[in-house]
Design a protein around this ligand. Structure first.
Ligand code: AMP
Length: 212
């Protein structure tokens, strides 16, 4: 099954993608995580992406399309994948279509901007593996330490209040039109993102026809 998770930054896409990945046994493909890893490794793509990301801007579509094409053509995606944070523009969605990877369902996690602004200040990510936590809603077992790999948790540079507001503007301008795009394809399901993590997960599973 090939899935897309749409939603504003901080809507819970990363958390839900990880849960779905475990439940369905298919990988979560997060362009944000791939780009952050590229930055840590100092690759050419990482160097291009850093400027955009630090300012809360979208990385150019051609870079993103190349990353996704490489990632979904790997063996572990044969049985399916969950796209987290991509596509973010109509042009990226068209790029996916050119790759001939059929998308089964598009889940839009719906949440108000005011809730997001509060949420993102509490977000922490693992400096090594990219796992995502929240100091109130989804705290790690040990404060400041990743459950999965034991590395230090950090606040992302692009989670600063001013950058978050800018990212929300970009979301409404560039990414939200994708909802109409996928409504026309009959693939869009809306899920309330201000419920608990478990409730949102259950709603997603029901929307894609999987027993929670
Ligand atoms: P995320 O972890 O999904 O919130 O992404 C963090 C940042 O990475 C975004 O603010 C963008 O700068 C960049 N990014 C991630 N995915 C994409 C994408 N599909 N298109 C453009 N930029 C992206």
């Amino acid at each position: 099954m090939n899935l897309i998770l749409l939603g504003a930054p901080g809507a819970g896409k990363g958390t839900q993608a990880e849960l779905l990945s475990k439940k369905l046994g298919i990988p979560a493909v997060s362009t944000g995580n791939i780009l952050r890893e590229a930055i840590r490794n100092g690759t050419q793509i990482g160097n291009i992406a850093k400027e955009y990301m630090d300012h809360g801007k979208l990385v150019p579509d051609d870079v993103i399309i190349r990353i996704v094409r490489d990632r979904v053509s790997r063996k572990d995606c044969v049985a399916g994948f969950i796209l987290d944070g991509v596509p973010r523009t109509i042009h990226q969605a068209q790029g996916l279509e050119r790759m001939r990877v059929p998308i089964d369902h598009v889940i839009s996690i719906e949440i108000d901007d005011s809730v997001i602004e509060k949420r993102m200040t509490g977000r922490r990510v693992c400096s090594r593996c990219g796992a995502s936590y929240h100091i109130v809603a989804n705290p790690p077992r040990t404060e400041g330490v990743c459950n999965a790999c034991g590395s230090e948790l950090i606040t992302r540079a692009d989670d600063k209040a001013e950058t978050v507001r800018h990212r929300l503007e970009i979301f409404h301008g560039e990414t939200e039109p994708l909802k109409d795009y996928y409504v026309h394809q009959g693939k869009l399901c809306l899920v309330q993102g201000d419920a608990s993590i478990e409730e949102a997960n259950e709603a997603i599973l029901m929307a894609i026809g999987v027993q929670p």
